[in-house]
Design a protein. Sequence first.
Length: 216
Amino acid sequence: MKRGMRKVERGRIGFIRLSLVLCLPIVLGGCFRGLPSDKPPIHINPNMDHQPKFKAQSASTFFADGAAMRQPVAGTVARGKLHEDDLYWRGIDPTTGKPCAKSPVAVTEESLKRGQERFNIYCSMCHGQAGDGQGIMLKKGFVPPPTFHSDLIRGYPDGQIFQAMSDGIRNMPSYKGQIPVADRWLIVNYMRALQRSQHAAPTDVPAEERARLAGR
């Protein structure tokens, strides 16, 4: 019985010693990681880390112009960027090729509130919240913009106002990078509401409101 136990004990000790011998090189090897060496690191699974490729702005002798980066094929359109609808994307009437007379986006109470919010953020500092061209930027020496309530601008087609926001006009820069297409149309609709508020006729007031005002 004692001999059997001694054999088991010696086996355990031998296993522990063998484990220490096997683990010792790994432990010692880890202590020297990061030290300078002339030997390249061992890369067991390189995958695509060292694939032959050109980086951006690299030179290449393969192409006649010496540039590795290539231009897209003529007529290439990115996915989701086709924008075939000239009326919506560019404010152009497809039947005439001129700025459309009316906005293609329907006017609702909710959309007018959104248009007012976007107008106050992007336009009011120059054009004023009433659209009268008396924004706060005039106090900084900016050239006064025209009032939206002149006969000239009230006569502009909606597409022309949309294009002015998209491409800029005179001192006004392009806002296509800041204002999405949908919001540009909502701003156009809100501008029309501002213009109507300054040139409203008695018939524009609902009948019940006219009666209430007449009774005052």
